[in-house]
Design a protein around this ligand. Sequence first.
Ligand SMILES: NC(=O)c1ccc[n+]([C@@H]2O[C@H](COP(=O)([O-])OP(=O)(O)OC[C@H]3O[C@@H](n4cnc5c(N)ncnc54)[C@H](OP(=O)(O)O)[C@@H]3O)[C@@H](O)[C@H]2O)c1
Length: 294
Amino acid sequence: MKTNNNVRMNEKIVLITGANSGIGLVTASHLAEQGAGVVLVCRNSDRGATALKNIARVATGIAPTLLVADLSSQASIRSLANDVHTQFDRIDVLVNNAGAVFAQRELTVDGIEKTFATNHLAPFLLTNLLLDRIQTAPSGRILLVSSKVHNNARIDFNDLQNERRYSAIRAYEQTKLENILFTYALAKRLADTNVTVNCLAPGLVASNFGRNAGGFISIMSRLLTPFSLTPEEGARTSIYLASSPEVAGVTGKYFFKCHEEPSSPSSYDSESTQQLWKVSENLTRLGEDTPSLL
Ligand SMILES: NC(=O)c1ccc[n+]([C@@H]2O[C@H](COP(=O)([O-])OP(=O)(O)OC[C@H]3O[C@@H](n4cnc5c(N)ncnc54)[C@H](OP(=O)(O)O)[C@@H]3O)[C@@H](O)[C@H]2O)c1
């Protein structure tokens, strides 16, 4: 796999969600080491503060910043976007990394199934709310951390929130396909701008992912540890897409091991892409309180 540790990121502002653990923590640390000013978005202030302290030790450029937000709540995402607007006049790279899986079907404060809300609606809403700041950067980059498991997914628009028969794995796989549909849709909408949008699969990584989900998921994630990549290995494609000059201008693509490859046939379905955008716009009430730049 390619390495990219020598690329300097001086003066670049990089916002990373889920930056206190696993792939997000390594991505944030490396980019800070490369000179970027990293903005860590974490839902727990103590875990965020620990990450901030550790990243500050290795940072070689602008000091890292911590913003606390629960991405399963749309009010919290809106408040996060307001904080970003107040504190930063541009964002060079947005890494939509945070993600979760839930053994049992749970609803968010907004009454939305939690996997769908956290893994798809959150990056959809946050990215749209921050687009003006990303478009202010000379060459903005947006990343979505998807997964190889998107290959197993089909989106049932009649049961988008898995009300009929909840399966944690199916709900999760679906959101990782949604990450890709969103990437392709946004890349198309931003085609004539200075912003690129790409997604990636990190591979199977030994992180905290799934460990606290409960039941079968927690057991499986522990059992798979010996067969998994380290978070350092798992973060390489995120770091590559965030910083490498090789991908300047590359947009609307799916990457694995720092190489572009095709995603599943379902991910290229233009009807699903459009339908998902419409549903997401309605569920997040995007446009009601924010002028869309698209
Ligand atoms: N691990 C794998 O094998 C694997 C494979 C393919 C794709 N991925 C994807 O990689 C991404 C990172 O996962 P990881 O493996 O690094 O897992 P991780 O160690 O569990 O990290 C996930 C991060 O997301 C944060 N997060 C979860 N729900 C959140 C919420 N509601 N609001 C704000 N932050 C939230 C977590 O915060 P807390 O620490 O507070 O929980 C944590 O910082 C995810 O999108 C996942 O789907 C992982």
